[in-house]
Design a protein around this ligand. Structure first.
Ligand code: DGL
Length: 282
């Protein structure tokens, strides 16, 4: 399978057929677990004709406390699975994995990679008092990539970083309203609120599923920044520019996990409000 986006106007004969086959390939989306479903939902809404493969690496979650070589090894296994399925683009629906590997993978594999990173830029447009809180995993916050991103804004805004150990695990287990989840949220949010933040960035895709619970704890006037929709919009732009966007037919979604199928299915049902078929990652 050719891994180069078709340039359209230069296609002819069998070359064009090969490029068409590539353009019809699925989009691979992965996360350490179910968090990336928050991005997948927007992708499916904006690109209903695309076939989507979603891998939850639940058997190896969380990524947030693992070292970069472990995250790279896991991301490589999943990326190579997507490539074996003819994927034309890969979305790393995980801030932690994006921070660790996206630049390397962009250079190593010949297809577009779209990643997620904490939305500091949109937060800057929303904050009125210039105090912005960032909730993310320890892995994201300690990464070089995040450090470079935050340095770009540090002169114009006060950034308060809050690592949130345990929070992604609660979402992974589908325990959105459990007392322990609320206790963790109250603990982490109170540390940010003590800094007078008026804007909070959800810097981990798992946290999107806690938006309702977060809003119950914080004041209505505090802005929440969630970049899931923006990532899906970025994917649309990348596909259009590379002439890889499918515009007709009904797309499909296939869900895979590296963890327990029953547990992942139960959590996905809670998060998506519907039953889905979950397969074991081959
Ligand atoms: N959902 C992931 C992220 O956006 C990571 C959660 C974890 O595995 O720690 O960073």
């Amino acid at each position: 399978m050719k891994n180069n986006p078709c340039s359209g106007s230069q296609c002819s004969g069998s070359q064009c057929f090969e490029d068409q086959q590539f353009a019809d390939g699925p989009i691979g989306i992965f996360d350490s677990g179910v968090g990336g479903l928050s991005v997948l939902q927007h992708i499916h809404q904006l690109l209903p004709s695309e076939n989507l493969l979603y891998v939850a690496d639940s058997g190896h979650a969380p990524y947030g406390c693992k070292d970069e070589s472990y995250i790279e090894q896991r991301s490589r296994i999943i990326t190579e699975y997507f490539l074996s399925q003819g994927s034309k683009t890969i979305v790393i629906a995980c801030n932690t994995a994006t921070a660790s590997i996206i630049e390397k993978f962009r250079q190593q594999y010949g297809i577009p990679f779209i990643g997620v990173e904490p939305g500091i830029k949109p937060a800057m447009a929303m904050t009125e008092n210039n105090n912005v809180g960032i909730m993310a995993t320890a892995g994201t916050l300690s990464s070089e990539r995040y450090n470079e991103l935050s340095q770009r804004f540090i002169s114009s805004v006060n950034l308060y970083h809050q690592a949130c150990p345990g929070l992604a695990d609660q979402v992974e287990a589908g325990l959105l309203n459990a007392p322990e989840t609320i206790r963790l949220l109250e603990k982490y949010l109170s540390l940010l609120l003590a800094r007078q933040v008026d804007t909070i960035v959800l810097g981990c895709t798992h946290y999107s599923f806690l938006t309702k619970q977060i809003k119950k704890i914080i004041n209505d006037s505090i802005h929440l920044v969630d970049t899931s929709r923006a990532i899906a919009e970025q994917l649309v732009r990348v596909l259009e520019q590379a002439a890889l966007k499918k515009i007709s037919g009904d797309g499909s979604i296939a869900y895979f996990t590296t963890g327990s199928i029953n547990n992942t299915r139960a959590t996905m049902k809670r998060l998506l409000n519907k039953e889905v078929v979950v397969n074991c990652l081959p």
